[in-house]
Ligand binder design. Structure first.
Ligand code: PGA
Length: 247
């Protein structure tokens, strides 16, 4: 199973549902539809209405983050997995580099993953090295550390997806070479097999994915899908990625 996950970030108002309607229509009629899933993570403000609207349709709705506590707490502006689940979210991103740079550390991320799984959300756990780490050839070590510090064997790996997003690639148009990316993905899967024993969860790539570079990515069979930022905000761009991937 492949995944095409659209991360809207700080984008979208109620009428932006039109974008998802077009994506949903394409997906429902696509002859390849059994090979992949489409998940969109709009901002918190739209999760309830979009989840209701797409309840019996093809695409799934997720959140972009969740708070590191169960159910309810006294933290102002915090939103828990329990609350997200109660309004229909099926997935949540955790550990996106935007949130790591705003202070999400390994301890917080572990709690986020734990409570998300407890509340029946599927977790898309994001990891990635920055430019300096890449330059100093620390990529593989950094990724291993990010995985080992947060994921544990006792977590239900069936509900975990890992998204590899090199920070230098997010929103920049720069992407790793096919060779680099294949090596990194194999490394990530090896670390995951070490944690979970047996099979690895799915591993996605994210960072400047678009309709033209996806052709390069599809040669790398180790990649189980994509986390798509900028190109998920227009139905045409998002659909082009899927079309070109299966062309
Ligand atoms: P991008 O974002 O596709 O715009 O590079 C990816 C992400 O941050 O998830």
């Amino acid at each position: 199973m492949k995944y095409f996950i659209g991360n809207w970030k700080m984008f979208g108002v109620p009428k932006s549902v039109n974008i998802l309607n077009k994506i949903n229509l394409f997906y429902s009629e696509d002859k390849n539809r059994n090979k992949y899933r489409v998940i969109i993570t709009p901002p918190f403000t739209l999760i309830e209405s979009y989840s209701k609207y797409f309840k019996n349709k093809s695409i799934s709705i997720g959140a972009q983050n969740c708070y590191q506590k169960d159910q309810f707490s006294s933290n102002t502006a915090a939103i828990s997995s329990y609350m997200l689940r109660s309004v229909g979210a099926k997935y949540t991103l955790i550990g996106h580099s935007d949130n790591r740079s705003e202070g999400d550390n390994d301890t917080m991320l572990k709690d986020k993953v734990r409570y998300a799984l407890k509340n029946n959300l599927k977790v898309v756990f994001c990891i990635g090295e920055n430019k300096t780490e890449k330059k100093n050839k620390k990529t593989l070590n950094v990724l291993k550390r990010q995985l080992m510090k947060v994921l544990e064997k006792k977590f239900n790996k069936k509900n975990i997806i890992v998204a590899y997003e090199p920070i230098w690639s997010i929103g920049t148009g720069q992407i790793p070479t096919a060779n680099e990316l294949q090596k990194t993905t194999i490394h990530i899967k090896k670390v995951l097999k070490g944690i979970f024993k047996k099979n690895s969860p799915a591993v996605l790539y994210g960072g400047s994915v678009d309709g033209s570079n996806v052709k390069m990515f599809k040669e790398i069979k180790e990649i189980d899908g994509f986390l798509i930022g900028g190109a998920s905000k227009t139905s045409k761009k998002f659909i082009d990625i899927i079309k070109n991937y299966y062309r």
